[in-house]
Design a protein around this ligand. Sequence first.
Ligand SMILES: O=C(O)CCC(=O)C(=O)O
Length: 251
Amino acid sequence: MADLFESEGLVPPFEVPRRSGYAVAWNADTKGYDILVPNGELFYSEHFFSSKVSDRTLEYLQENDTNEWRSANWREMSPEDIGSINFKNIAWKQDWINFYGKRTPLPRLTSWYGDPGKAYTYSGIKSQPNQWNKGLLFLKNAIENSSGVMFNSVLLNWYRDGSDHLSWHSDDEKELGVNPIIASANFGATRDFIVRRKDDISQKISFPLKHGTLLLMRGELQHFWEHSVPKRKNVSSSRFNMTFRRIGIGD
Ligand SMILES: O=C(O)CCC(=O)C(=O)O
């Protein structure tokens, strides 16, 4: 892999620490950056999905029987309101967590899809898979064809605006295997996805995940690094993230 600092004039939209163990190389075949970090590998493709596919996905994720998705004020709706909406394609749900003894809504909406039996537990919440639909299978196939990696499940996150967020964590649940391979597909508003080393949090990279961006994480990354999607006051529209996963495959 060519060293970042001898790159071919392409400027990635993220910065990696200038120290040994890091490298970034443009991959002309997959039209993205291969990124090597100490104890981990990532792949970043800013415009992996065309704007046509990305725009249609944004609509697909929000289509419902009662609200015009472009103008709906999702932020103002209560968890009960959201629960009563009949979304055509995705079974969105508001999960609740116990935060210092208080029942608190998760600061985003979620949904879990996968092959039969591929249940997943995150934030202490166990989810049984919804059945794959055409739209999700289309995106999954596109990622599989490009990466050569097969996935059997996907976690969807809906960040209604910049106050929805995700705290520091690693995707290191046992069912994801020893070295999980995770593919993150992104639609809607751009949000920063930050990865940092667990043993030295000054080593970090902030990836702007945009409408149509794909980010792959693999290798030992989940053991040595954690990631988050922090709040952003200036973001007023929805962002959707899908992390395609391999449950019970045992990499
Ligand atoms: O929204 C994102 O980009 C990250 C999602 C994530 O890390 C997760 O669902 O575990």
